[in-house]
Design a binder for this molecule. Structure first.
Ligand code: ATP
Ligand code: LTN
Length: 326
């Protein structure tokens, strides 16, 4: 069975983009893959975090993994900092990487705002991500297309080490979403929906209540043509809403165009509110059951122990091939 690894940062509550882009794939893959899903808290501290808030977000994201259907009987679910191998391998890979290649990462460029001096953790973020993946001999990494450059770097590092020393790492493949699975911000459909954007109406959080969902969707940016037609380039706002409607309801874009022929954006948005509220209700219900249960901590501890068994084996091989330790 092929092994899958992916991670999400506990930097806020997950939104529809994270769900439709990443988590839905996580759930599908666990049927015929050996899956390892991580809450990457060490990545989160590459930007300042309040310790209390970070702890809350770790447990929220873990509960959301489970609430959307990640099954701890089928998949390993754990918190990155509970397995020491991530930090250890990250250092080894840091010594195999070059400042030139890391300076070319677009996420670093945008998060450091092209300033002359930026946090070192932000700079070496992709090396830690490579360590996450290579630590588990991962075959497949399901992520959004925004992570493509980081995956390529991970593959380069693995190949570089394999070519200069004994074969040490499995070279992983990225598994990217179809273009349609990229969910855009509701207030600005040229930007991706994001946890960290200031305007809360730019996103639908998986835990939003119906009133907030209604407000965000009714306020969503559209255009002045008033025709419900999918045209990503000229009508990005309504196209994004159609995309969300389509994935949540299972209706195709063509079906939606037919159903809403001659009707206005108001009608369409009202129905989308209903579809969204209905789709998120069971997630919120399961979240409430799991979030404050003893099961959650037990699942995460058990996940870390299982992950650690695999990580220790890889680290022993890495140390041997690099001549580290006794
Ligand atoms: P931030 O806003 O803090 O940068 P984020 O919302 O982009 O965070 P991440 O934790 O970086 O979320 O991403 C988790 C997963 O969700 C990744 O696989 C990422 O590619 C995917 N993802 C994030 N935003 C979207 C989106 N708008 N549409 C589809 N997939 C997304
Ligand atoms: N960088 C990713 C989160 C992440 C990840 C990983 C994804 C950290 N380590 C390993 C896949 C595999 C992000 O921001 N979405």
């Amino acid at each position: 069975m092929k092994r899958v690894f992916s991670g999400v940062q506990p930097t806020g509550n997950l939104h529809l983009g994270n769900y439709l882009g990443a988590l839905k794939q996580f759930v599908e893959l666990q049927e015929d893959h050996e899956c390892i899903y991580c809450i990457v808290d060490m990545h989160a501290i590459t930007v300042p975090q309040d310790p209390k808030v970070l702890k809350t977000h770790i447990l929220d994201v873990a509960s959301l993994y489970l609430a959307v259907g990640v099954d701890p009987k089928k998949s390993i679910v754990f918190v990155q900092s509970d397995v020491p191998g991530h930090a250890e391998l990250s250092w080894v890979l840091t010594c195999c990487s070059y400042t030139g290649e890391l300076s070319r990462m677009t996420q670093f460029k945008s998060k450091s705002h092209n300033k002359e001096s930026a946090p070192t953790g932000l700079f070496s973020y992709p090396v830690l991500m490579a360590a996450d993946i290579l630590l588990y001999d991962t075959d497949v990494v399901p992520v959004g297309t925004d992570q493509k450059q980081h995956i390529e770097l991970c593959r380069d590092l693995a190949t570089r080490v394999n070519n200069t020393r004994k074969k040490t790492f499995v070279v992983p493949e990225g598994r990217y979403l179809k273009e349609g699975a990229r969910i855009m911000a509701l207030d600005d459909p040229t930007q991706k929906m994001s946890k960290s954007a200031e305007n809360i109406h730019s996103r639908i959080s998986l835990l939003d209540d119906p009133a907030k969902i209604k407000k965000s969707i009714m306020k969503a940016t559209t255009d002045s043509e008033g025709v419900i037609r999918f045209d990503q380039e000229n009508k990005p706002g309504i196209s994004n809403l159609m995309n969300i409607y389509s994935v949540l309801s299972g209706k195709s874009i063509a079906e939606l165009e037919k159903e809403y022929d001659g009707r206005g954006y108001g009608d369409f948005k009202k129905d989308l509110v209903e579809v969204t509220v209905e789709a998120l209700a069971p997630i919120k219900e399961r979240f409430d059951e799991i979030r404050y249960s003893d099961d959650l901590i037990r699942i995460l501890k058990d996940g870390a122990a299982r992950a650690n068994v695999i990580a220790e084996k890889t680290m022993a091989r890495v140390k041997e091939n690099f001549g580290l330790g006794l």
